[in-house]
Design a protein around this ligand. Sequence first.
Ligand SMILES: C[S@@+](CC[C@H](N)C(=O)[O-])C[C@H]1O[C@@H](n2cnc3c(N)ncnc32)[C@H](O)[C@@H]1O
Ligand code: SF4
Ligand code: SF4
Length: 327
Amino acid sequence: MDIYLLLTEKCNLSCSMCIRGKQDGTNLDLNFITNEIVLKNFLGHRVVITGGEPTMHPKFPEIVNKISNYAKSVIITTNGTSHNYFSKIITKDNLHFQVSIDGDKNAHNLIRGLNTFEKTLSTIKFFDDSKVKYSIASVVNKNNIDSMENLEQELRKLNNLKFWRLSYEMPFGSSNFKNMMTVKEWNSFVDKVLCFSTIKTKIQKIFPFELVKEHAEAIKNSKIKIGQVNNCGSGKDKIYIYPDLNVYPCTCLTDFPIGNLRTETLYKILNGEKIKKFSNYTLKNEICLKCEYLTYCNGGCIGMSYHYFGELGMGDIRCPIVQNSIK
Ligand SMILES: C[S@@+](CC[C@H](N)C(=O)[O-])C[C@H]1O[C@@H](n2cnc3c(N)ncnc32)[C@H](O)[C@@H]1O
Ligand code: SF4
Ligand code: SF4
């Protein structure tokens, strides 16, 4: 399972699309998170250290060093505006940095603030030279989409970049449904990226109905249980732990706490009643229930249903079939 651990809700930036929607709040309690009993919760899991900006936690290096002794692997997500903590990090094989960069200089600075591109690129170059494992993550929206080719030209110059991940901007937090990219816009972009990118790139189409049709036979005969889809993993393959130790199935489902680590063990939360609403997600929208892609999709992103329709089980508003049904 992927455990997303928010070290802090504080952030030194206020990106226009930030999924968390706020940049202030509390820090995770150092005594709690470095307690042996709590650390044992992470054994065998992948821990994604995030925030806010996790490197702003006053004890960031200490927490990373402790957790990397227990977790299977640790991914540190950072905006890369600083790397002055780096000398205190014990770099291990199971440690990986993920640095956010959202387009070329102009596009990135418009989203993340003046001079942030320059600072982040300097951290990226530092990581590249120090040979630590790292990747780049870019969030794509209608405004920065055309700058991704320029960014790729910049990333080509790096020697030790593991991969570049491009993600669809989700309309939550400071982002919104008004500027959301359509399935067609996103999927054409994916085709374009696959043509221009010469570096290892991770990107996925959304609602790729033609692909499913084209490969229907192979999917039917596949040993992979594609029928058991899990709506981007919320509550099944991933959970979020916030600094107040509340646990959520996803960062876009913070109206649905599934437990709190002060009073329960992670094991109890993962095997409790509240998580079942998400790990066994059931749909109530007739359109989805009758849909030929139901076994591949199961209604898409659960947060999309909640934030757009105001309830769970209604499907994903990005889906062209759902959109047609409400016209
Ligand atoms: C919330 S940030 C926290 C870590 C760090 N502050 C950073 O910016 O990388 C974690 C990841 O979420 C991404 N993100 C932020 N807003 C998003 C949105 N609306 N949709 C998709 N991803 C988003 C960020 O770009 C980053 O890669
Ligand atoms: S995306 Fe990251 S850097 Fe930007 S405001 Fe959100 S938490 Fe801060
Ligand atoms: S109609 Fe529902 S189940 Fe079918 S593809 Fe769209 S969101 Fe998924």
